[in-house]
Design a binder for this molecule. Structure first.
Ligand code: ADP
Length: 234
């Protein structure tokens, strides 16, 4: 039964499309253009994970200088209503935010800080927002980058399996001017480790977005629409 448990987002269309939400014990990727709503989804998940039956905490790795704490507060008050509960600002206390600008810092978080925290706190969600930003630096040589991605993904998989975590990594879209097709960045070194790949896109109509299953072993490729309002993804 545990293997069927999913992390619901609280957005009915996305939860229906994904047959109940995000899977545990593996790396999920959410990619898409800047401003499309990837961070909004992750913040909502950080609140949703605290709802029963999961009732866990979140570990949120932020690669921006500032974490959108005000938005998390807003969602802490509104998202629980999608689960039939009332919001509470204390939900913010169960989101452990860490800043990381490069893979050296991320490595320290995943090999030292998170394992230590897992001894005392029941974390059920790990977000890396964004994995693309970690490996964007042009000083990393290709081979070194592949090895770092490899190490970090192995550790994420290990922690996900041993501690029953949902891992969600945000990725950007490649902006290769020589290519007509835009896909998730970081290439094969990364793609080999991603089990479930989701894309967020803008729809033609203003304000409407699409959540697309690009690749997931238990889902057929399909998409749904959603909007983002003050109270979250709907
Ligand atoms: P990214 O994909 O780059 O992570 P974000 O998740 O930061 O993008 O999405 C930012 C977008 O989310 C904003 O452009 C806006 O459309 C929407 N958004 C953020 N906060 C709110 C809010 N309080 N009410 C309505 N929409 C919001």
């Amino acid at each position: 039964i545990e293997d069927c448990l999913r992390l619901r987002t609280g957005c009915a269309q996305i939860d229906d499309l994904t047959r109940g939400g995000f899977r545990f014990k593996m790396i999920n990727e959410v990619y898409g253009e800047a401003g499309v709503g990837k961070t909004q989804l992750c913040l909502q998940l950080a609140v949703a994970v605290q709802m029963p039956p999961i009732s866990g905490a979140a570990f949120y790795v932020c690669t921006d200088k500032s974490f959108p704490a005000n938005r998390l507060l807003e969602l802490s008050l509104s998202v629980p209503s999608a689960f039939g509960l009332s919001g509470d600002e204390s939900l913010m206390d169960k989101v452990f935010v860490e800043h990381s600008m490069d893979f050296i810092a991320l490595r320290r978080l995943l090999f030292v800080k998170l394992p230590k925290l897992l001894e005392n706190v029941r974390i059920s969600l790990v977000v890396i927002d964004s994995i693309a930003a970690i490996f964007r630096s042009e000083d990393i040589k290709y081979l070194e980058r592949s090895k770092e991605i490899d190490d970090i993904c192995r550790q994420l998989n290990h922690l996900a399996r041993t501690h029953n975590l949902v891992v969600v990594c945000v990725n950007q879209v490649t902006d290769d001017p020589n290519s007509d097709t835009s896909g998730p960045s970081l290439g094969n070194a990364w793609a080999n480790y991603v089990v479930c790949r989701f894309l967020i896109e803008r729809d033609w109509t203003n304000g409407i977005r699409r959540f697309r299953v690009v690749n997931a072993p238990y889902l057929k490729p399909d998409a749904c629409r959603f909007i983002i309002t003050q109270s979250g993804l709907h």
